[in-house]
Ligand binder design. Sequence first.
Ligand SMILES: CC(C)(COP(=O)(O)OP(=O)(O)OC[C@H]1O[C@@H](n2cnc3c(N)ncnc32)[C@H](O)[C@@H]1OP(=O)(O)O)[C@@H](O)C(=O)NCCC(=O)NCCS
Length: 156
Amino acid sequence: MPAIEITAFFDLANLYMCEILADLHQTAFANTDQSGWSAADFQTMSDNPHVHHFTLLKDHKPVGIIAYSLVLDEAEILTFAIALKQQSQGLGQYLLEFSLDALKQKGGKNIFLEVKANNDRALNLYTKMGFKTIDTRKNYYTDSNGIKSDAIIMRF
Ligand SMILES: CC(C)(COP(=O)(O)OP(=O)(O)OC[C@H]1O[C@@H](n2cnc3c(N)ncnc32)[C@H](O)[C@@H]1OP(=O)(O)O)[C@@H](O)C(=O)NCCC(=O)NCCS
């Protein structure tokens, strides 16, 4: 039985920690048409006092990350990913449910996120958790081939 833990104490001011998270994030997005974040992207989050994250550990190794901002009662999920080899085993749902509970406890009442319109896995999970589509941003994303896709804005 693997040991599953969620921690908020992964230090993003520490470059080594950020490199680990960037590696996980880039493998998570490997089979998608989106790119994962760099270590510098993660380190930037440590500069913003409104941005927080949870890391999901499986047998003490980081396999999932969710980052969010919380200002007063408004929260936004900034990124959310499970390492490629660990996907579709229930870990994403576990991390998201934990995070939504934590956000509610911290006073988050309106929780928003943005997801690429062709990201069926993520859309399925968000819909299952109770997020509703509130808006669509046409041609918001442009991939490396210049192909544009919409962004779906969801609210919990
Ligand atoms: C989206 C993501 C975080 C989901 O995490 P996960 O651990 O793979 O998901 P879970 O195993 O917890 O599955 C939960 C739900 O997600 C959806 N889902 C998961 N895998 C799916 C698949 N292969 N196809 C369609 N829906 C899927 C289903 O609704 C599933 O519920 P169900 O098992 O009752 O059908 C993960 O797939 C991921 O990291 N993807 C790449 C990065 C990404 O797209 N992040 C989101 C950006 S907005």
